[in-house]
Design a protein. Structure first.
Length: 65
């Protein structure tokens, strides 16, 4: 599980970087508390993962690897 969680965080980080969006900006756009996305490299993401996929207009499976 830990590897899968880290992959989700890395995928989100990569998507943000390719669009020149900081993780902080993404958190603001999704009304997530500051630092939420960084915690996803240690714990499974909450139900907000679908919102992240919609934001980037990618299927949720893209984030799951």
């Amino acid at each position: 599980m830990q590897g899968d969680v880290f992959l989700i965080f890395e995928t989100i980080k990569t998507l943000a970087a390719t669009r020149n969006i900081s993780l902080y900006t993404l958190e603001l756009a999704l009304a997530l508390p500051a630092g939420t996305l960084k915690t996803w490299n240690q714990t499974a993401p909450c139900n907000k993962l679908a919102e992240v996929a919609r934001y980037f207009q990618v299927p949720i499976e893209t984030l799951l690897g």
